[in-house]
Design a binder for this molecule. Structure first.
Ligand SMILES: [Zn+2]
Length: 145
């Protein structure tokens, strides 16, 4: 009888430890998701960068985190527009439109790299998955414990 009780205790203890482990993993996974989510929110919109560059030349760069570049571009662009009595716009605006898009794109690529850095690579299918994952969601590869 005592043996059975001890067995139940042992099994019960094991389950408890396991569930705490699972709970901790869930918390860790949630933290990772929140981290990725907050990075995702930083993603820049190419149209917004272009729109800002059109209204205030250089502000599209500031929006994309290139503050110094934006601060330099603004007076330079205004200066060129004044000196060329507005005709410089034919040169400046195509650049501001195209590079506004590219600036947002460059920012997002860096963001993707940061997100990928948080995740781990599945050794079987090379897909990126959460570092807490025990099973790959792409190829169901099981990680050794
Ligand atoms: Zn996989």
């Amino acid at each position: 009888m005592l043996e059975i009780l001890n067995l139940i205790k042992a099994v019960g203890g094991g389950v408890k430890v396991k569930s705490i482990g699972a709970w901790r993993m869930k918390v860790e996974a949630k933290k990772t998701w929140m981290e990725i989510d907050s990075l995702e929110k930083k993603r820049k919109n190419g149209w917004a960068a272009v729109g800002l560059n059109l209204i205030f030349p250089g502000f599209g760069y500031i929006y994309c985190g290139k503050i110094l570049l934006g601060v330099i571009v603004f007076p330079v662009a205004i200066g060129i527009l004044i000196v060329t009595i507005g005709f410089g716009a034919f040169v400046i605006y195509p650049i501001l439109i195209i590079d506004g898009f590219l600036a947002a794109n460059r920012y997002n690529i860096k963001l993707d790299e940061e997100i990928r850095g948080i995740m781990k690579t599945c050794p079987k299918c090379a897909e990126k998955i959460l570092p807490e994952a025990k099973v790959c969601k792409h190829c169901s590869y099981e990680f050794p414990e």
